[in-house]
Design a protein around this ligand. Sequence first.
Ligand code: SAM
Ligand code: SF4
Length: 327
Amino acid sequence: MLIDSYQRKLNYLRLSITDRCNFNCVYCMPHGMRFKLAHEDILTYEEFLVIARAAVSEGVTKIRLTGGEPLVRKNLIKFITDLSELPSPPELCLTTNGLLLDDLADDLYKAGISRINISLDSLDPDNFKSITGHDEFDRVWRGMETALSRGFKQVKLNTVVIRGHNDHELADFARLSLDRPLEVRFIEYMPMGTVGYWSQDKFVSNAEMKESLAPLGALTPVESGNGDGPASKFRLPGAKGLVGLISPVTQHFCSSCNRLRLTADGKIRLCLHSNQEVDIKTPLRSGASEAELAAFLRRAVINKPQRHHLDQSLDHPSNRAMNLIGG
Ligand code: SAM
Ligand code: SF4
């Protein structure tokens, strides 16, 4: 078992499989930002698989693939199939910007992905282009519709709310939950270190987001299921789907954090908002066995910080942009 010093059981592993991306979101990887990782520093699928196997042997039950944009990495479907064939296979989830989803949804489903989170920050094609740097709203929309028409257990839309960018679109987003089995989730914009785009005036709290949804009618709270993640969930009157609010800044959920992150360059990142990382690539490339890697993970997690302190200070010390961690 992976248990930290605050008795939290870490059973959810997020794999950032690449730092590369086909979008240039202004707040994450704006045009001109160079990819940081050299090809040889990025773990191979075989290496990810060895670590995943060790993690599963220590009680990890859920693995999420993220990035960068995970769908740009070649031979992804084979990797997912391999993950799905691990002993005691974990639930496999994916976070994507949706650009390649229309093409890949079928294969992802067949390979074993059960839940997909699609990041979408605007429903207006021009605004979408100004946020992502690419005129591709229609393709992402098609990808979402395709994903919804397949058998995935769950499809969620994730929207990072940024004042002046998309805070005027929240009601339009929430209305998508009326006639689709979608969970539309609004996420507070977090100050991540290196990009330098964050500022207090762009920040919108979950409380303010909720107020702006008031004209749509009462938001009825919905119980979260076990392992459902940190969103507070609500249903609009008569809606098929749900609206979720995620407040990493104003109401942190650290006491119930069950996450462990592995970066594409082989660092175990113990908390999204702490630079404390543990290098697992070195033992891996020095030939450590699965049992040794499992023991390494058990030792590493003991140092997971109790909580982040974004509610006290928004001077974010992160040495990595989000595309290097995976969200
Ligand atoms: N490329 C994929 C995507 O966009 O879904 C996966 C990686 S992306 C880094 C994961 C998530 O992190 C996206 O939903 C993105 O919007 C979110 N994200 C990036 N920077 C963020 C920030 N500063 N605050 C909150 N969420 C952020
Ligand atoms: Fe790419 Fe996702 Fe970052 Fe946008 S948020 S630049 S899609 S990694």
